[in-house]
Design a protein around this ligand. Structure first.
Ligand code: FA5
Length: 347
């Protein structure tokens, strides 16, 4: 009898302990632990059920009923707490992951082409439309291709025109211009006629200033065939300038000297910023030099594998950075390879 009454008191205590423990639960993990401890197989209330056979017959019904009530009360409290915990977790998440839909969006930073690449591609595209084909030639060259076969022997004073970066390997250097590509292209195609462009980087050991860098692009243009004349060279340059700038821009060929061409000329383009009147970009002259050109020297034709009595040809070396400076009004060539994103983002 007293045992049955003890159990009834014990059941009250079990409920109270469980309810008190539940009050401290804040998250789903501890809730799960609580469930195992207070409603699991070895929970105190479950132990009572298993001992019910030993209770006094007179009190057995009452104890069973009370145990059931306690169990149901705990299950109800659990369900309520589950709901409360879920809501609290959601509320915390909403605060932590707060999204302000009224904030202005952030612009993604798109990649873009370098202005030198833009100018290089523009020149190549127009020349391809005029029937020239792109050839590749290496930036690390032999002295033979860069100088000797272009009619510039070791003792020739014209070597001073190109201050050279030599490598530690004798006879190997960084090309000072794209003209050695003339030899490579001619040797690949001779004795058939050739129309080629050779774009790429050139290097010179130079004092840099607003219009001179120690690395810069060039585009070599070369045509070899029977009966090619200086008129063809001029026509090609004029056509290219009209396509790239405007149909009314003027070009000028100024007599010059290159050992690998005869006659030779510098290519000037009318400054279209001031229309030839003279401004800061053209330094008041009204004209800007964008390249060198000429009729390929017979010795060079021969070195390329052509018979100079049957073939003639023209060649030109243009500077894309100088052309980009004109096109985009860039005042200093050193911006090109300075890697300043504020400059590069403008193109
Ligand atoms: C030459 O390099 C000749 N190979 C061009 C040539 C080719 C002549 C075929 C005849 C036949 P020059 O050194 O002038 O020539 O350079 C040609 C162009 O390259 C220049 O007009 C200029 O646009 C560009 N250039 C030359 N040096 C630099 C430099 N330091 N920085 C930027 N651009 C340069």
């Amino acid at each position: 009898m007293s045992e049955g009454n003890d159990i009834l008191t014990e059941l009250d205590a079990i409920r109270q302990r469980a309810i008190d423990a539940l009050a401290a639960v804040q998250d789903e993990n501890t809730l799960q632990t609580w469930k195992t401890a207070h409603l699991g197989r070895s929970a105190a209330v479950m132990q009572i059920f298993s001992q019910i056979g030993q209770v006094d017959k007179a009190l057995r019904g009452q104890v069973g009923q009370k145990a059931n009530q306690v169990k149901q009360a705990l299950e109800a409290a659990l369900a309520e707490k589950e709901q409360a915990v879920r809501e609290a977790v959601l509320a915390r998440k909403l605060v932590a992951e707060k999204l302000d839909v009224t904030l202005p969006g952030r612009k993604p930073a798109y990649g873009r082409l370098h202005p030198a690449t833009l100018a290089l591609e523009d020149i190549c595209q127009n020349l391809m439309e005029m029937g020239f084909q792109i050839y590749r030639s290496p930036e690390v060259e032999t002295d033979e291709n860069n100088f000797e076969l272009l009619n510039i022997p070791a003792y020739h004073p014209a070597r001073d025109m190109w201050d050279t970066f030599y490598t530690t390997k004798p006879g190997v250097l960084l090309r000072t211009h794209t003209s050695p590509g003339q030899i490579r292209a001619m040797r690949q195609v001779a004795p058939k006629p050739l129309r080629a462009i050779l774009p790429g980087m050139s290097y010179r050991y130079e004092q840099t200033d607003a219009s001179h860098e120690s690395q810069f692009d060039q585009v070599e243009v070369i045509a070899v065939g029977p009966g090619i004349t200086f008129g063809d060279l001029k026509g090609m340059i004029e056509d290219l300038a009209h396509r790239m700038f405007s149909p009314d821009v003027h070009i000028r060929l100024r007599p010059s000297y290159f050992p690998f061409t005869e006659p030779s000329a510098e290519v000037d383009i009318e400054c279209f910023i001031c229309g030839g009147k003279g401004c800061a970009v053209c330094k008041g002259g009204g004209w800007l030099e964008i390249g060198g050109c000429g009729m390929i020297h017979p010795t060079v034709l021969q070195n390329g594998g052509y018979d100079p009595s049957k073939f003639s040809g023209f060649a030109a070396g243009l500077g894309p950075e100088r052309i980009a400076m004109l096109k985009y009004h860039i005042e200093d060539i050193r911006y090109f390879w300075g890697n300043d994103a504020r400059f590069l983002e403008q193109f």
